[in-house]
Design a protein around this ligand. Structure first.
Ligand code: NAP
Length: 333
């Protein structure tokens, strides 16, 4: 089959190339081979390409990039019992190797696509919506009526976190993004307030919007540069869930009193290095809480741009330049 690989398995966007003689995946045991129609890009693909991602390789990860896909069921293993049929339209999360014509995944991780959902939309769901499910429910324990601050609101993770928080009953969802256009996108997804952090101090906006009380839950992917303003934005006993630290992870002269004064709870979370059982449970939680909202059009995947997979290098460059508002998707041919 054809796949996108990296020359020397490490490099720049220019080193991505189409290998048209890669071994086909196998549908053994409870695995299903899906013919991929579309896959989503994630920031971690860039980090993995550069070999700076702390990759925990599961036997099924494979060396290729890509953790989310949509496509058609092509072949079923002998132990499959969940009723998927050849030709079914499905999407799912993988440990890796979705930049390919075909992928072999445990049937337990697959989800049926609603009839009018496009392959591009479905491919953009798993990584960021599962991550946001974790951040907001499993780790953040959102309660109805709480105020939430979501950073990187126009990112893949941020755009799903806004929607999950809003439909999960948050009173006010405040978000940050780097351009007015990105802020508009965040508002269209349900954010009550979108702060262009290049023009306004988000901590000041949080103070104003919450009558000085602060937010109960912060979903952060920026890290160092936002640390002090995040602490200032937190309500008493707020939770801060760290999913990434795009601006840096070392905070010099960290004063522990910031934890004490607000009885602040801080927890990091990851998705890719979780066990299959954990990911299965997350998949089920996502289906229960979000699939209805997708089916009736409440939840959306904001798609920034769709590239044919032959132009995957351009897709990577767009993400590296932080231009994307929403998800970047590649389609196979
Ligand atoms: N822990 C997990 O399980 C998990 C799962 C998925 C993703 N992640 C991580 O979450 C992060 C976002 O992933 P994604 O795929 O959603 O990314 P994305 O769509 O590429 O968006 C990232 C956005 O973050 C903003 N940003 C980048 N550097 C920044 C900085 N220094 N300060 C402030 N904002 C910055 C930019 O938007 P603006 O123009 O608005 O600043 C950028 O477009 C990545 O680091 C990824 O590895 C973690």
């Amino acid at each position: 089959m054809r796949v996108i690989d990296i020359k020397g398995r490490k490099g720049t966007a220019d080193d991505l190339f189409m290998d048209d003689n890669y071994p086909d995946p196998v549908a053994e045991t409870d695995r299903i081979v899906v013919r991929i129609k579309a896959f989503g890009l994630n920031r971690m693909d860039i980090m993995q390409r550069e070999s700076v991602y702390p990759l925990v390789l599961f036997p099924e990860s494979g060396p290729l990039l890509g953790v989310e896909f949509s496509g058609l069921v092509e072949e079923k293993g002998p132990e499959c019992k969940l009723g998927f049929k050849i030709g079914d339209r499905v999407f799912g999360l993988a440990y890796g190797s979705a930049y390919a014509e075909k992928i072999s995944v445990r049937e337990r991780m697959l989800i049926h696509m609603p009839p009018d959902m496009s392959f591009e939309t479905a491919a953009g769901i798993p990584e960021t919506f599962f991550t946001s499910m974790q951040a907001i429910y499993l780790v953040g324990n959102l309660q109805k009526g709480q105020n939430v601050l979501v950073h990187g609101g126009a990112s893949g993770v941020g755009s799903s976190a806004i929607q999950i928080a809003k439909w999960g009953g948050a009173a006010k969802v405040i978000t940050t993004a780097g351009t007015d256009e990105k802020c508009k996108l965040c508002e269209s997804l349900g954010a009550d307030v979108a702060v262009n952090y290049k023009k306004e101090d988000f901590a000041e906006v949080v103070k104003r919007e919450t009558d000085g009380r602060g937010v109960d839950l912060i979903v952060d992917l920026v890290g160092k540069d936002y640390w002090l303003r995040n602490v200032a934005s937190a309500a008493m006993e707020a939770k801060m869930v760290i999913v990434a630290s795009l601006s840096g992870s070392v905070i010099p002269d960290l004063d522990f009193r910031v934890f004490l004064n607000k009885r602040l709870m801080i927890q990091g979370t990851t998705l890719r290095n979780r066990t299959a059982e954990y990911q299965n449970n997350l998949r089920d939680a996502f289906v229960e809480k979000c699939m209805y909202h997708f089916a009736v059009g409440n939840m959306k995947v904001p798609i920034d741009k769709v590239y044919p997979w032959t132009q995957v290098a351009d897709a990577h460059r767009r993400m590296e330049a932080n231009i994307n508002a929403g998800k970047i998707i590649c389609t196979t041919d």
